[in-house]
Write a protein that binds this ligand. Structure first.
Ligand SMILES: Nc1ncnc2c1ncn2[C@@H]1O[C@H](COP(=O)(O)OP(=O)(O)O)[C@@H](O)[C@H]1O
Ligand SMILES: O=P(O)(O)OC[C@H](O)CO
Length: 512
């Protein structure tokens, strides 16, 4: 419900995430007025494969938007714009005449295109992809997922050639549905999402003809690439047409770029790290496209309207919060995610155990799809509480590897790390993070920075906020952790962690 402090008008933001979809309504000070959220099914058809039902996701999106509006006790007249942020890379293809997806969406964690990426590497070469798109050839990205669908769904190539099929990451899917679907929905994406496909040229910010051809994705199925903050259309589609008809859909950013925006990292050298299903650290590099030599990605940070694009370096970690979920759901060692902290605090240290969760291979800085998870250092002494510690430490050490790579590539020493995401409610993890980074870790008052970033971008697009300076003023520190670990312990533990990482490599043989 709104209160005396939260007079309208408001901006709504949809976060279509990996595990759930949520909608948050914000006021002009960037404060949360209401939230609604719904989880969707995680579908694991084979080891390494992860899918989502895009129709279920669209139904959930409509429900949470209507839910958040109802909880806020407001109507469409109180809302100036709606923004979108989304899990990136997850790929859906659908029939533009029926609005039906042709297959489940293939999720960013899915490794089924490993073989295809290796083949492309042999035929076309890794360097060209890195140079033009800023990305290594890896199953993580959307382009190869689209090619897999075209190759594996009966008759799809012919339907695509006939112009009946549309491609989208989840921003595109949600915007197309929001703005009318089969009745004239806008088929668009923003530069940040497009920069995760392996199909967009980072220098021109357009689909790259030669790369699309070598991956085997016809350009006619691709959406138009637009900025992250502009009006793409108005809400007209689905159940939401009745609730929100006419509201401008005014932003789209991949969730990690949205968090960079929501953390107000608007200056070169500012960085944030988001701790959710996976963990993603992004550093604003301004107008510079920095080629990484240390296993980071070069990506678009954001682009406001027709302003110059802002680029970023990114360290992507595939498995962090999902390791906690695995301890809960697959191992049954905890009942809730929060319990991992209580369990870990029941012992002094990791008892000599190190857990490298290479469930989808290893992302940054290694990009090794042949790696698989390892628990190293096991003895009879180790209990489930030690493993709980090792699980939390895995997130901290993986972050340390990324910050080392960021410093090498950008020359910027980390003064402090701004954090957000579901895992940041874990105090032990935040303290461990500060210890292993040997730097302060800072959490803002509004930890929902992903939605906040999308709301900020939408608000800028419609003049609700006038400049990024307005937004900076909204950022407030809620908590800070400072390092307590001595250098000797830190160095010894880091060495052990790196030894455990080595043991994950080469598990999957080429022919598997
Ligand atoms: N107290 C906690 N300690 C450790 N991990 C947690 C805690 N609370 C939530 N998580 C993890 O955080 C993740 C959810 O965070 P969230 O930011 O909502 O993720 P996403 O946006 O990726 O869906 C889950 O993977 C969950 O296991
Ligand atoms: O939905 P999240 O928060 O797990 O984010 C997923 C990332 O966008 C994957 O690149």
């Amino acid at each position: 419900m709104t209160d005396a402090h939260t007079a309208g008008p408001f901006i709504a933001a949809i976060d279509q995430g990996t595990t759930s979809s949520r909608c948050i309504v914000f006021d002009r000070d960037g404060r949360i007025v209401s939230v609604d959220q719904k989880e969707h099914e995680q579908i694991f058809p084979k080891p390494g494969w992860v899918e989502h039902n895009a129709t279920e996701i669209w139904t959930n999106v409509q429900e949470v938007v209507a839910g958040a509006i109802e909880k806020a006790g407001i109507t469409r007249d109180d809302i100036e714009a709606i923004g979108i942020t989304n899990q990136r890379e997850t790929t859906v293809l659908w029939d533009k005449n029926t609005g039906e997806p042709v297959h489940n969406a293939i999720v960013w964690q899915d490794t089924r295109t490993d073989g295809l990426c290796k083949e492309l590497g042999r035929n076309v070469g890794q360097d060209r992809f890195r140079r033009e798109t800023g990305l290594p050839l890896a199953s993580y990205f959307a382009g190869p997922k689209a090619r897999w669908l075209l190759d594996n769904v009966d008759g799809l190539k012919e339907r695509a050639e006939a112009g009946d099929i549309l491609f989208g990451t989840m921003d595109t899917w949600v915007i197309w549905n929001l703005t009318g679907g089969v009745d004239g929905g806008k088929h668009v994406t923003d530069v940040t999402n497009a920069s995760r496909t392996l199909l967009m040229n980072l220098h021109t910010l357009q689909w790259d003809d030669k790369i699309c051809e070598s991956i085997g994705v016809p350009k006619q199925i691709l959406p138009e690439i637009r900025s992250s903050a502009e009006v793409y259309g108005e809400v007209t589609g689905g159940k939401l047409g009745e609730v929100l008809g006419g509201i401008p859909v005014a932003s789209a950013l991949g969730d990690q770029q949205a968090a960079l925006f929501g953390q107000t990292c608007f200056s070169e050298g500012e960085a944030k790290s988001t701790y959710g299903t996976g963990t993603f650290m992004l550093m604003n590099t301004g107008e510079k496209i920095i080629n990484s030599y240390s296993g980071l990605l070069t990506t678009v940070g954001y682009r406001i309207g027709d302003e110059k694009p802002v680029y970023a370096l990114e360290g992507s970690i595939a498995v962090t919060g999902s390791l906690v979920q695995w301890m809960r759901d697959q191992m049954g060692l905890i009942k809730t995610a929060a319990e991992i902290e209580t369990l870990a605090l029941s012992v002094e240290d990791n008892g000599g155990a190190y857990f490298v969760p290479a469930f989808s291979g290893l992302f940054a800085p290694y990009w090794r799809s042949d790696a698989r998870g390892v628990i190293a250092g096991l003895t009879r002494y180790v209990t489930k509480a030690h493993l709980a510690r090792a699980v939390l430490e895995a997130t901290a050490w993986q972050t340390r590897e990324i910050t080392d790579a960021m410093t090498k590539d950008s020359g910027v020493e980390l003064a402090a790390l701004k954090v957000d995401g579901g895992m940041t409610s874990n105090n032990l993890l935040m303290q461990t993070l500060s210890d292993v980074l040997d730097a302060p870790v800072v959490r803002p008052m509004v930890a929902e920075t992903t939605c906040l970033g999308a709301a900020y971008a939408a608000g800028l697009a419609v003049g609700f906020w006038t400049s990024t300076d307005d937004l900076r003023a909204n950022w407030r520190r809620a908590a800070e952790w400072t390092p307590h670990m001595d250098a000797e312990t830190r160095d010894r533990e880091y060495k052990n962690w790196l030894k455990a990482v080595e043991r994950t490599m080469g598990w999957i043989e080429d022919e598997e």
